[in-house]
Design a protein around this ligand. Structure first.
Ligand SMILES: Nc1nc2c(ncn2[C@@H]2O[C@H](COP(=O)(O)OP(=O)(O)OP(=O)(O)O)[C@@H](O)[C@H]2O)c(=O)[nH]1
Ligand SMILES: [Zn+2]
Length: 356
């Protein structure tokens, strides 16, 4: 049975998070309000002048990044490293970004703080992730002028809130090569965030044959041979059409939720010999950062409550069920490998439990 989702606290807001994402990406500070105040910048965008003015800044890294740097994990979720005076944004980026390891050898050892960290520190890293930036933040205890105010509860509730606020914006018939009877349904969240599209094929019947397709610019659009996304996308449309009907959700979750730029960073690490999972972790991400609340809400808005899911990934089945959709059956969805993606597919099978 699908579990019912816990509702976000009613006082949390969506629009504040969207504004904070813009601020961080532009190198501006965000004030995180618990009851106390902390101020954060993203490591990727902090301006030199702003860093210089901060009093006793801490560099906050995820556990995944800390493990790569052999930093002791004294505190849960994230670690805090005191930033010495005279440190430049480039120095911080060299610690946070493994793709520049080789150009700027890092100066260790790094001694993390042992003292307990309040919730603002992990929230800062989560907000950097939501902004599509490296998962690393500079945080000070106290307010900084010019910052935007954001409640920590708004960050924690963001994904659920965004999913709950989804609405169908428009729909149109778009005949496809593999399926002439096809309609595209466009969804948008209340904060105007990333748009998601459902491709409704033929006459879907419950439990509806469904593919959750995470956007892949390189595979879907450019025909990259590094992954199997392009084949899975076109293959799913053809399979669903042959079955008489179903739905493909085209989800704005590039790079398993880390965004295009971070995925390209992960590809750089793969060229140095790391596999797809190690690359994510060296960057400071989980192996898979996707959540399926948006997918579940799209299905509900389309009137579907139970699916036959085209996937090899058991985590997608669990994720969708957790978000409130019953998965009546898993339908395998594998394609032959090529010499570029063979190792990638084998890694997914061996390390991420993908079933082939
Ligand atoms: N971070 C990262 N993302 C990747 C990499 N290769 C492909 N992707 C992303 O992985 C996603 C595609 O995964 P999916 O095919 O939806 O899902 P899956 O987990 O492989 O499971 P299936 O349903 O069995 O296909 C897309 O968002 C791609 O951009 C990689 O090496 N690193
Ligand atoms: Zn891909």
């Amino acid at each position: 049975m699908p579990q019912s989702r816990s509702l976000p606290p009613p006082e949390t807001r969506l629009d504040t998070v969207a504004a904070a994402i813009d601020a961080l990406r532009a190198g501006r500070p965000v004030r995180l309000m618990t009851p106390g105040v902390h101020t954060m910048f993203a490591v990727e965008t902090i301006p030199a002048a702003a860093l210089k003015r901060l009093e006793r800044p801490l560099l906050i890294l995820s556990h995944a990044r800390a493990r790569t740097l052999k930093i002791r994990l004294y505190t849960p979720q994230v670690v805090a490293l005191p930033v010495k005076s005279g440190t430049s944004p480039a120095d911080l980026r060299a610690i946070a970004d493994p793709t520049i390891d080789l150009d700027a050898p890092m100066k260790g050892p790094f001694n993390a703080r042992r003292a307990k960290l309040g919730p603002a520190y992990a929230a800062a890293v989560k907000l950097a992730k939501l902004a599509g930036l490296l998962p690393a933040a500079v945080v000070v205890n106290g307010p900084v002028r010019g910052g935007l105010d954001l409640k920590i509860a708004d960050i924690t509730a963001y994904e659920t809130r965004a999913a709950d606020s989804l609405a169908i914006v428009t729909r149109a018939r778009v005949p496809l090569e593999a399926s002439e009877k096809t309609e595209l349904v466009a969804f948008r969240a209340g904060d105007g965030g990333p748009e998601n599209v459902a491709i409704v094929i033929g006459e879907p019947k419950n439990p509806v044959l469904t593919r959750l397709h995470s956007e892949c610019f390189t595979g879907d659009l450019l025909g990259s041979l590094k992954c199997d996304c392009g084949e899975q996308l076109r293959g799913a449309i053809a399979t669903i059409a042959r079955a008489g009907g179903g739905v493909l959700l085209y989800l704005a979750q590039e790079g398993r939720g880390i965004g295009l730029i971070n995925k390209l960073r992960a590809y750089r690490l793969q060229d140095q010999g790391y596999d797809t999972i190690e690359a994510n972790e060296r960057l400071g991400f989980e192996a898979d950062e996707r959540v399926y609340a948006v997918a579940a809400r799209m299905l509900q808005l389309l009137g579907f409550s139970s699916v036959r899911l085209l996937t090899n990934n058991p985590e997608k089945v669990v994720g969708l069920e957790k978000a409130g959709i019953a998965v009546a059956e898993r339908v395998p969805h594998a394609f032959p490998s090529n010499r570029h993606n063979e190792f990638y597919l084998r890694t997914k099978a061996e390390k991420a439990g993908h079933l082939l």
